[in-house]
Write a new protein. Structure first.
Length: 334
């Protein structure tokens, strides 16, 4: 298959987290076939029951091409309008997987070795695959992580700081609100104070951003609500020691903010001859923790359409990505 056919084939294998088994089996077959043809070694790396990373090595890997197999919901089958391929995972990251595989085939056909490919589970939820892979490195010096950067090397990516904010109240008949205590009103007051916090700004990564992602609570329209909760997500750009305390303090006395996730911002290197950018999203790179080598971040497609019903990837960027991944492996393997 060419890179366009492979991208569509991968899109059409539903792999919403944590349902990566089928796409993992397909990719292992592809990697194992490459290994048999070119003298490599493919392996399944267990993560959780029914969920596995897949890895192939050729020689002693100096560079590893890596991205994730899972997608966000809902499943959207592939389509092709001539210039772009559409569907869930088109840019995040089925097209990237296809580009990496085609780059590997080309490298091997030209006699290159000492590189590998690693595809992991769980990036869209908790980086379970990357965290497990970090416990079992394979000696590589560089890892090229694939995410949509419009084929530019990312100089850095923002981190993640997530809280659950919960408020408690007292139920009462809505005709007599003075007999109750509204948890929803408490939560709204706490969230308003959190929204007014001054967010850190970094000279390269830019400003931190805050999103109130979910709100829930109450029992019925005619009942004063006794409970309410929200989830907030901060894209962090710097040290968050002070910020996390500010969020907890701002939630009080009406609610309590509990931290449930933290991934630090990362700063990445560049290479001569490659265009550069900065991305606001979080990747698997912090979860790898350097165990697979110095990280680089690059991939075809734009993050602006990822996680939407309009997800797509330009065919021209897929073709370009194959060449860019080849160049990176060749440059870093010297």
């Amino acid at each position: 298959m060419n890179v366009f056919e492979l991208t569509r084939t991968l899109i059409d294998i539903e792999s919403i987290t944590p349902n990566e088994r089928e796409v993992g089996q397909f990719l292992f077959q592809q990697l194992d076939a490459l290994a048999r043809k070119f003298g490599g070694s493919a392996e399944i790396m267990p993560v959780e029951p029914g969920r596995d990373n897949v890895f192939v090595r050729f020689g002693n890997p100096v560079v590893v091409l890596s991205t994730h197999m899972d997608t966000v919901p809902p499943f959207i089958p592939s389509s092709d309008d001539g210039d772009q391929i559409w569907g869930r995972g088109a840019c995040d990251t089925k097209g990237i997987i296809a580009s990496m595989l085609l780059a590997a085939q080309s490298l091997l056909a030209e006699g290159h070795s000492n590189f590998g490919l690693l595809f992991v589970v769980g990036e869209e939820r908790n980086s379970a695959g990357a965290l497990e892979a970090a416990k079992n490195p394979r000696g590589s010096k560089f890892i090229i992580n694939g995410e949509p950067t419009e084929n530019q090397l990312a100089l850095g990516s923002k981190g993640a700081l997530r809280f659950e904010v919960a408020a408690q109240g007292r139920m009462a008949h809505s005709a007599y609100p003075e007999l109750g205590e509204s948890a929803i009103e408490k939560l709204l007051d706490a969230l308003q104070r959190i929204r007014k916090l001054a967010m850190p700004v970094h000279s390269v990564l830019g400003p931190s951003t805050l999103n109130i992602g979910t709100i829930s609570g109450g029992r019925a329209p005619n009942v004063i609500p006794d409970q309410a909760r929200a989830e907030i997500f901060i894209r962090a750009v710097d040290d968050v020691t002070e910020l996390r305390e500010q969020v907890k303090a701002a939630a009080q006395p009406d609610a309590r903010a509990e931290e449930v996730l933290f991934i630090p911002a990362v700063h990445l290197g560049s290479l001569d001859g490659f265009r550069t950018t900065v991305v606001a999203y979080t990747t698997d790179i912090p979860a790898f923790g350097g165990a697979w080598g110095q990280p680089f971040l690059i991939g075809p497609g734009t993050i602006h359409v990822a996680h939407t019903t309009q997800e797509r990837i330009a065919k021209s960027q897929l073709t370009e990505a194959v060449l860019l991944y080849k160049q990176l492996v060749e440059r870093l393997s010297r």
